[in-house]
Design a protein around this ligand. Structure first.
Ligand SMILES: Nc1ncnc2c1ncn2[C@@H]1O[C@H](COP(=O)(O)OP(=O)(O)OP(=O)(O)O)[C@@H](O)[C@H]1O
Ligand SMILES: [Mg+2]
Length: 251
């Protein structure tokens, strides 16, 4: 098992953010090392998506800092953040339905020189042969599962150092869930770090090095993914028990 020495790639420190007057994140701190896969778990409304949005520069912060590769991302928007190598693959809706699959990927990789873009796109197609076959079809003609793959592929062609995936398996048939989540282990083997929001706790534990669980805008649990008894501790987060109630209680 790898050990994660040295400076983290991503260091989120006491992040406070929300939507206008609605406070959501109440001082969130997480860190991720290069090549590490970290799952972010927690019940609906815990603030997982909000945390990803704040990290990637889609939402302003009221306090705290996000340090990536040793540099603060304070004030950086989504483009600058992505250019630094911190890429947020946004669920479902971010594909262009009137553009071909290939053009969707070209647009996602707009920062890279032309030959490099083609190379990255072929690499993404190698990961998802299902959408490679549809490269000349319009984005709007893809099935739900193929759209999810295209969204992940859009993240891949940006060549992230850290890819944040928000429920990439949502709405997929079981066989496609595994296809999409296998990409995560593939990324890890290439040294890419992943922050994965996933409702399928068992699958998330299986594919991760470490987990954080959130509830009500706070991190309430951090653990290595293989720790004994972890599944039960996570269950307690979902069902709102206090840690003290969990010992010896039947569930
Ligand atoms: N655009 C918005 N404007 C106002 N409040 C919002 C907005 N989006 C989310 N919220 C609120 O912020 C809180 C956290 O929502 P968030 O979507 O981050 O949770 P989540 O952990 O991703 O949940 P889920 O598992 O359902 O995706 C919730 O109370 C939600 O109602
Ligand atoms: Mg969410």
């Amino acid at each position: 098992m790898p050990t994660w020495a040295g400076e983290p790639l991503l260091d989120v420190q006491g992040l406070v953010s929300g939507y206008g007057k609605i406070g959501v994140l109440r001082g969130v701190s997480i860190s991720i090392h290069a090549g590490e896969v970290v799952a972010l778990l927690g019940p609906n409304g815990a603030g997982k998506t909000t945390l990803l949005r704040a990290i990637s520069g889609l939402l302003p912060w009221n306090a705290g800092d996000v340090v990536f590769g040793g540099r603060s991302l304070a004030g950086a928007g989504p483009r600058e953040t992505a250019r630094a190598g911190l890429v947020h693959a946004i669920e479902g809706h971010r594909i262009f339905t009137q553009q071909t699959v290939y053009d969707n990927l070209l647009l996602a990789a707009y920062d890279a020189p032309r030959a490099e873009r083609r190379r990255r796109i072929e690499e993404a197609f190698a990961v998802f042969p299902e959408i490679a076959d549809k490269r000349n079809d319009l984005g709007g003609a893809l099935s739900g599962g193929q759209r999810q793959m295209l969204v992940v592929a859009q993240g891949l062609v940006k060549q992230p150092r850290l890819l944040m995936l928000d429920e990439p398996s949502a709405g997929l048939a079981p066989v496609l869930v595994d296809r999409v989540l296998n990409v995560v282990s593939d990324l890890r083997s290439r040294g890419v770090a992943v922050l994965l929001v996933e409702q399928l706790v068992e699958k998330a534990l299986h594919g991760s090095d470490r987990i954080y669980a959130m509830a009500q805008g706070r991190i309430v649990l951090e653990s290595s993914a293989g720790a004994p008894g972890l599944a039960e501790r996570i269950e307690n987060v979902y069902f709102g028990h206090k840690a003290a109630d969990a010992t010896g209680g039947k569930s």
